[in-house]
Design a protein. Structure first.
Length: 421
């Protein structure tokens, strides 16, 4: 199918290719913001004369307020349109990134990271809604897979770029780079044509638009499935939070060696988002979800068994989990969006908020007093996937409707114990 036929809503100035670029660059914002300066994190305690817990707030604080931004700005875009929220969000992100670079204390850095996160949350919430607004239904999964790749490419590029920056400059330069990315995205956003016509917008007040979050959340199938697939984010973000400590402190690698391990694992997971596009010819979404939960659980058990022996084994065991996490996001997002005829902005906000909030819990749990961080991540994976499996079994046995899962036709090959068909 030609690229122009993807669009259900035309983009006169950006065109279909420009819209894809905007969505892709927007998807890069969050992984770059989280990962680019992680090589410097172990050294920032000395730089600011503070504790590891305070430095970790620059990660946790970003993630928490990113979730708040997701929750607020999706419904607001249902009321006022996608473009004003998108432009305001990316401009706030760019300005806050520059302010982070100018921070003179850990308190100022945390505060500017909060503003940066709110802007990024607006961009992410609106971007997911735009996919449903503007992309033909039969092509959404393909575009969502492409956007999901950016959540993998970002972690590939970010630590390597961050480590290289540290060879010639300090951590401040990483935020100037992020400010530059924000400026590029701002230019694209200004060329973006609105995808939510005035006659399709929510007509009530802003407060009323926020109340639509509750309307969407009361959809039992939506909320139950979101809770299950969202559990992948808990161990994934735990790894993001303490991965640098595992490689640099526990295994004794250099910042550049850490970034290469991090990048190799992330690079291989590029194939994860496309796994469903290939597998869908042979298995149902229902069965594929069960397979991925099993893979995740096995990876956690393997990490507990051999992950402490070498950085390579730790990387390989986490890679299996990361592939499952990357594979589940595109098709599950499409299924979740399909549960709602309207309130797309609210649905988009809740999807992204749940993923982010659960990930924030993972970042907090990661720094508990584990015997070591490798053991901690392994336990978090096993516990999360165990809960996910129990929830999946309960959902399939319940009478809760779930379009795209419970209406799958029989006939796919490769039954699993978690399919329960």
């Amino acid at each position: 199918m030609a690229l122009h036929s993807w669009l259900a809503r035309p983009q006169r100035r950006l065109g279909p290719f420009g819209l894809v670029v905007l969505l892709v660059v927007g998807a890069l914002v969050t992984p770059l913001s989280l990962d680019m300066y992680t090589p410097a994190v172990p050294h920032m305690t000395e730089f600011f004369g503070t504790s590891e817990a305070m430095v970790n707030l620059t990660l946790v604080g970003y993630f928490l307020f990113f979730a708040v931004g997701l929750l607020i700005f999706g419904p607001v875009s249902d009321r006022y349109g996608r473009k004003p929220v998108l432009v305001a969000g990316i401009l706030a992100y760019a300005l806050a990134s520059a302010a982070c670079a100018l921070s003179t204390s850990i308190g100022m850095l945390i505060a500017m990271r909060v503003l940066q996160a709110l802007g990024a949350g607006a961009v992410s919430a609106v971007s997911t809604a735009v996919v449903k607004d503007a992309v033909a239904p039969e092509r959404r999964e393909a575009l969502l897979s492409l956007v999901q790749v950016m959540f993998v490419v970002g972690p590939v590029l970010a630590p390597v770029v961050g480590a290289l920056v540290l060879q010639v400059a300090d951590w401040r330069m990483t935020f100037w780079v992020l400010a530059g990315i924000g400026a590029v995205c701002s230019a694209l956003a200004l060329l973006f044509d609105e995808t939510l016509p005035a006659d399709e917008r929510y007509e009530g007040s802003v407060t009323g638009s926020l109340k639509q979050l509750g309307v969407v959340a009361r959809n039992k199938g939506f909320s139950a499935f979101l809770g299950i697939v969202g559990l992948y984010n808990l161990p994934f973000m735990a790894y993001i939070a303490v991965g640098s400590y595992v490689y640099i402190t526990f295994f004794g690698l250099s910042e550049l060696e850490y970034s290469l391990y991090f990048a190799v694992a992330a690079l291989l997971t590029v194939f994860g988002p496309f796994a469903w596009l290939a597998a869908s010819r042979f298995v149902s979404a229902r069965r594929f979800t069960g397979i991925l939960l099993g893979v995740g659980l096995a990876s956690g058990l393997a990490m507990l068994a051999v992950g402490e022996l070498s950085p390579a084994l730790f990387c390989l065991t986490f890679l299996a989990f990361a592939l499952a996490e990357a594979a589940v996001r595109p098709y599950s997002t499409n299924i979740l969006l399909s549960q709602q005829e309207g309130d797309t902005g609210a649905a988009s906000s809740l999807i992204n908020f749940a993923h982010t909030a659960i990930g924030c819990v993972g970042m907090l749990v990661a720094v508990l007093p584990w015997p070591n961080f490798v053991t901690g991540i392994g336990i978090i994976i096993v516990a999360s996937m165990g809960v996910g499996i129990l929830g999946w079994i309960a959902l399939l046995r319940s009478r809760v409707p779930l379009a795209g899962i419970k209406d799958d036709e029989a006939g796919s090959v490769g039954a699993t114990a978690l399919d329960l068909r």
